[in-house]
Design a protein. Structure first.
Length: 202
């Protein structure tokens, strides 16, 4: 139903987990389908052109924006939405803030762009920004982040995130590329206590 935030179709299992500590990946893909910790599955639709907190934990905040899209799937005309952008903020051990964004409007028909990822690693007095394209790597104190071709991977001491630009097929009206992502928690969730649409499933 248009405008609904979440349609819960939870099919929870414990596959990929050991006891009550989850070593499985979570994330979201396609239009969009959320993969929760411990095997849950959720269909999600946000408001058009709106950002939502997907993962939030100490010194980490990752938000995803959705855009409405009218597209064909076989013989069906689907009024749906796709994740198209990511904005994030990380705080390093030295107290610097790392801002990273990935917007699929900046990728070409081959799912890459010279300025597909934008960022800032700074204290309040340092406002120098940077852009990243394919096959580039940077670090901000202990946090490393790398673009291969269509994907951005962020290595944080508590999390590993991967965001990948993918084409949207059969578009009648709306964005032509979507953003899929995967999150992996590196530690016991009780020490991190994550929140957000994905994070709260740990």
């Amino acid at each position: 139903m248009k405008g609904s935030l979440v349609r819960l179709l939870a099919l929870a299992t414990l596959s990929g987990c050991r006891g009550f500590q989850c070593f499985c990946d979570s994330g979201a893909s396609q239009d969009p389908h959320l993969r929760l910790a411990y095997g849950g599955r959720v269909d999600f639709r946000g408001e058009n052109d709106t950002d939502y907190a997907f993962v939030s934990s100490p010194n980490v905040s990752v938000s995803i924006g959705t855009i409405d899209c009218l597209f064909r799937l076989g013989s069906n005309l689907i009024d749906g939405s796709f994740m198209t952008r990511m904005t994030s903020v990380f705080r390093t051990r030295k107290g610097r803030n790392l801002f990273l964004s990935f917007d699929t409007r900046d990728v070409n028909s081959n799912q890459w762009g010279w300025k597909m990822v934008k960022g800032l690693c700074s204290r309040s007095s340092d406002r120098g920004t940077f852009s990243m394209g394919p096959h580039t790597r940077r670090v901000c104190d202990e946090i490393a982040f790398e673009v291969d071709l269509s994907s951005l991977t962020i290595e944080h001491e508590d999390w590993q995130f991967t965001f990948t630009a993918q084409p949207i097929y059969g578009v009648v009206r709306g964005p032509t590329h979507r953003l899929d992502f995967t999150a992996r928690l590196r530690h016991d969730e009780h020490s991190v206590r994550p929140h957000g649409l994905i994070g709260q499933s740990y």
